[in-house]
Design a protein around this ligand. Sequence first.
Ligand code: ATP
Ligand code: MG
Length: 416
Amino acid sequence: MINIPKGTKDTLPQDSYKWQYVESTAREIASLFRLNEIRTPTFEHTELFQRGVGDTTDIVTKEMYTFKDKGDRSITLKPEGTAGAARSFIENGMQNGVLPVKMYYITPAFRYERPQAGRLREFHQFGVEVFGAASAQTDAETIAMADTLLKKLGLHIKLYINSIGCPTCRAAYNKALKDFFAPKLNELCHDCKTRYEKNPLRLLDCKEEGCKAINKNAPSILDYLCEDCHAHFEEVKACLDLAGIGYEIDPRIVRGLDYYTRTVFEFVSTSIGAQGTVCAGGRYDGLIEELGGNSVPAVGFAAGIERLLIVMEQTGVEIPAPVMPKVYIAGMDAECRKKAFELAIALRKRGVAVEIDHMDRSIKAQFKYADKIGAEYVAVIGGNELAEGVMNAKRMADGTSEKVAFANAVEYFASK
Ligand code: ATP
Ligand code: MG
């Protein structure tokens, strides 16, 4: 017996309607905000993520699925969706076209992490990228899109926002952080000692309890924002107020990725413990240039579909049930089943969902099965019916039945 790899999950046929509901809702919201879908490869050159995600991040230092292909190229399974979208944006000349370019994706992502509830090695994201617009209103619209999706899914999740400034304000802030952490270096975890050297901002992102306790008293980035970044953040807040979207400012949010500038945000649920961040994003004005493109501002977010589904389940959101068969056509014997088969083909051509027997079951057992799969009608063909050219259609909800001629069956069920 070969088992599923650790940290991965099957979505079983009886559960996939839940995924489809979340995905179709996401597509609906994306189209409402005028975004088109982008699809990029599942794997990219490793260097794309080293540069685009950043080589001081946990993702790049510890979590990537990287391997050599048979042509000796270093390949990595995408750990997130932004880097590939940004590569495609540059490679396909979109930076020289009409801006902004607004896109979304639904993609698997791969990270070698310690699997827990809501933390997998293969997971799925709905992500959004808006390239080319620097205005605070674009940040607010992007947040509004996430907010609209969450509410449409029946979720009321708290929004936290912050600004991490630009490279100018970051220099002063990094110095303040280093001054703050220097006397406490010995109390920090191993990773944080490296972060201290390479990227002090990332110290605030540590998930170790000991480090988190120390971080509480760290200086706030908001006290170090330059005039432009401060004004930008004020405007983001004003736009969120206009949109009626509530938020809390959390100066500890820095996000895991290196390319973020200015606005960062997270929607955090309290109902799934430590893995509470269902949606996270922000502005990354440095990314396109970092990847060899022009200087193009960008803002986006990614929502974890598994985490959305967990929160929906835990908060009792009702997901609309999948399409049930309109009619189950039961056949008494081989000849009757042949007729059932023929009618089923004709009905499906007219868009009627039909099920028939595939197991040579008795009529009684077929009824039981039809009931189990939620068929609205069960139409029985026995020897007499076959001779008469009719079937006996029973409406399962109230037990009423009607004789329906084979010749009228398509019209009859198509109009029900
Ligand atoms: P976390 O802090 O929980 O590790 P992150 O900062 O690494 O999250 P992002 O890279 O911003 O997460 O990814 C966006 C979203 O994707 C997250 O908010 C979460 O919903 C989801 N996500 C990230 N990693 C995983 C994972 N290993 N399993 C399931 N969902 C994930
Ligand atoms: Mg992570």
